[in-house]
Write a protein that binds this ligand. Structure first.
Ligand SMILES: [Zn+2]
Length: 146
């Protein structure tokens, strides 16, 4: 019972309006980040094989039929889940969210290195992906403390 009360207390500090705004802002930054800002470098370094078999990273043409972009929905949901983590912890401490940023960035980089042998591709992808994560985290932390 005490842990339920603690959970309620944790969520009572969330400013839901700022949370909703922050999720949309972070998602919009991501849309820009992976298209106009770094989309070209990202796609090249990614070695992305499409459902139709085309390697989009070496400019092979996609022949897929137009379909609902599930990836965008997954990304939106995971953005919302990660953002909520900051909204739960940041009102109580600035150092816990900073520790999350550092820990998750390190984790992501080491996981990526297992998947990408080539150092150049690794550095490009790590800079773009972890860079976006850090920017997203800063936005969430700032908005959660408003
Ligand atoms: Zn395709």
């Amino acid at each position: 019972m005490e842990s339920y009360a603690e959970l309620c207390r944790l969520f009572s500090h969330v400013s839901w309006l700022w949370y909703a705004i922050a999720v949309i802002v972070v998602y919009a930054i991501g849309a820009l980040w992976y298209t106009v800002l770094f989309g070209k470098y990202w796609l090249k370094a990614l070695n992305y094989i499409c459902l139709c078999g085309a390697n989009l990273s070496i400019d092979e043409k996609c022949t897929c039929k137009p379909r609902f972009p599930y990836e965008m929905v997954f990304q939106f949901i995971s953005t919302a889940i990660f953002g909520l983590l900051y909204f739960l912890v940041a009102p109580f401490s600035i150092w816990v969210p900073v520790a999350i940023v550092v820990a998750f960035s390190a984790w992501t980089k080491s996981m990526m290195k297992f998947q990408i042998a080539d150092w150049r591709r690794f550095k490009t992808l790590a800079a773009i992906d972890v860079g976006y994560f850090v920017i997203a985290s800063i936005v969430f932390i700032l908005f959660s403390r408003l």
